[in-house]
Design a protein around this ligand. Structure first.
Ligand code: UDX
Length: 444
């Protein structure tokens, strides 16, 4: 966490409760404790609480373990809701809201929390979990007395602590009767000196869903530009650079690739589409955003077939399993779709990831998990770079990798490798949205 944020210290120390010690809950708890607040954390999983009390951190997130360790005295772990109600007035709800088969969010865990807290005019439920627009109003209508504040999280995996400490904005949504509690929530963030946007509850809930849906749209858009660029001879990296310098567009989330993954985008796009559908409105763009992403994952197979013909009996290495680098999260990762599709085409699949392999063991059935990247590429007909882990750039492509491969074909699903160097070394290189002319070796 940034020293400057800490130096100023919290506006006022406010004991808080955090309900749900998953990724969002733990990051929130650790960062609020670092800001000087006493944090009472509750999870219903007894083993998780026992591990946290022993100082063990159940997830991989940079800086989190250090923050939890440094603030042990201010962090209190329990499996009961009682201590949170007793010691804190602001109760942050950080439980899961996974999608159901219909695409609507499953709110059963949130409902359980509301029931457990009961009617208490002394407390506010501060919603960090992503919930459908309308959830806050429905809860406030039902529970007599318990105030409701929407305070959505915008944390990215792998940089969640930094995102909490240096947010682009903080959203605090509340109705008038809860404005006192909303003030207290807003003041927790004062030391971070970020813009605080105060809204009603429904708008705050919509800001979260709309932001993620927009980011997913941005990626699907640039992926379609990449696909067309491949045909028309433009280079998507240069196109994105030129577009991104327009301040109205901005340079971020314009990297073309094998499609977005992770636990949030798919779920939130679907949830927003369903919410619209429930009101009778067909949110056409979101249907396309998801479809483009699914097709993008599969385009990789076509690129392999273009060079190898049918894939029966061919061996393909996937470099990277996690849905993005610097995380061991494999939820909705493109690697899983690719492995399944490749096996469906009759190929043998080997995969390597510096941290996510263990998590993938039960999911990537039939895929050979390798201990190193070099082991994975050994004897293969093609390598697909799925996740842009920095170590993949450091591989000795021209030497060891080239010698180990049967056919020197690289499909760079993230436009991450030095394509000119690879082509010069004798590889057949396929990126995303890169024209053939750009792949000619540089003149000596
Ligand atoms: C996202 C949101 O960014 C965050 O605000 C929200 O709270 C949770 O969901 P996260 O799931 O951690 O965060 O991943 P993010 O870094 O946003 O990346 C999502 C996916 O998009 C990854 O698979 C990534 O590889 C892909 N991506 C991202 C691209 O393909 N191109 C880009 O330009 C950016």
């Amino acid at each position: 966490m940034q020293a400057s944020a800490l130096a100023r210290g919290p506006a006022a120390r406010e004991p808080v409760g955090v309900i749900g010690c998953g990724w969002v809950g733990l990051v929130t708890a650790a960062c609020l404790a670092e800001l000087g607040h006493d944090v009472h954390c509750r999870d219903i999983v007894v083993e998780k609480i026992a591990a946290l009390e022993r100082g063990e951190v159940p997830i991989y997130e940079p800086q989190l373990a250090e923050l939890l360790e440094r603030n042990r005295a201010r962090l209190h772990f329990t499996t009961e809701i009682g201590p949170l109600i007793e010691h804190a007035r602001l109760l942050f709800c950080c439980v899961d809201t996974p999608p159901t088969y219909s695409g609507d969010a499953d709110l059963s865990r949130v409902e359980q929390v509301v029931e457990e807290i009961g009617d208490s005019p002394d407390h506010a439920l501060v919603m960090k979990s992503t919930v459908p627009v309308g959830t806050g109003r429905a809860i406030a209508r039902r529970s007599h007395g318990l105030a409701y504040v929407s305070n959505p999280e915008f944390l990215k995996e792998g940089s969640a602590v930094d995102d909490f400490t240096r947010p682009d904005r903080v959203i605090v949504g509340a109705e008038e009767d809860a404005s006192g509690f909303a003030d207290r929530v807003a003041s927790l963030y004062e030391p971070l000196e970020a813009p605080v946007v105060r809204t009603d509850v429904a708008s705050a809930e919509m800001i979260k869903l709309a932001s993620n849906a927009f980011l997913a749209t941005k990626i699907s858009f640039i992926n379609e530009i990449a696909n067309v660029s491949e045909e028309l001879g433009a280079d998507v990296a240069e196109v994105a650079l030129g577009m991104g310098l327009d301040a109205r567009i901005g340079p971020k989330f314009l990297s073309a690739g094998v499609g977005w993954g992770g636990s949030c985008f798919g779920k939130d796009v679907l949830s927003l589409k369903q919410l619209a559908g429930n009101t009778g409105y067909h949110f056409q763009m979101l249907t396309a955003v998801t479809e483009v992403n699914e097709l993008q994952k599969r385009r990789t197979i076509g690129k392999l077939q273009k060079h190898l013909g049918h894939l029966v009996g061919k061996t393909v290495a996937l470099l990277g399993i996690a849905f993005k680098p610097h995380t061991d999260d494999i939820r909705d990762a493109t690697s899983l779709v690719l492995a399944a599709r490749l096996q469906g085409e009759g190929a043998r699949v080997r995969a390597y990831d510096p941290v996510a392999a263990e998590r993938a063991r039960d999911v990537l059935v039939g895929t050979e998990l390798c201990a190193t990247a070099l082991e994975a590429v050994d004897g293969t007909d093609a390598v697909v770079l799925v996740t842009e882990w920095p170590e993949f750039r450091e591989l000795d492509w021209a030497g060891e990798v080239y010698e180990r491969m049967v056919t020197p074909l690289v499909v760079d699903g993230r436009n991450f490798l030095d394509h000119r160097a690879l082509v010069a070394a004798g590889f057949t290189y396929e990126g995303v949205g890169r024209p053939r002319a750009a792949l000619a070796p540089s003149p000596a």
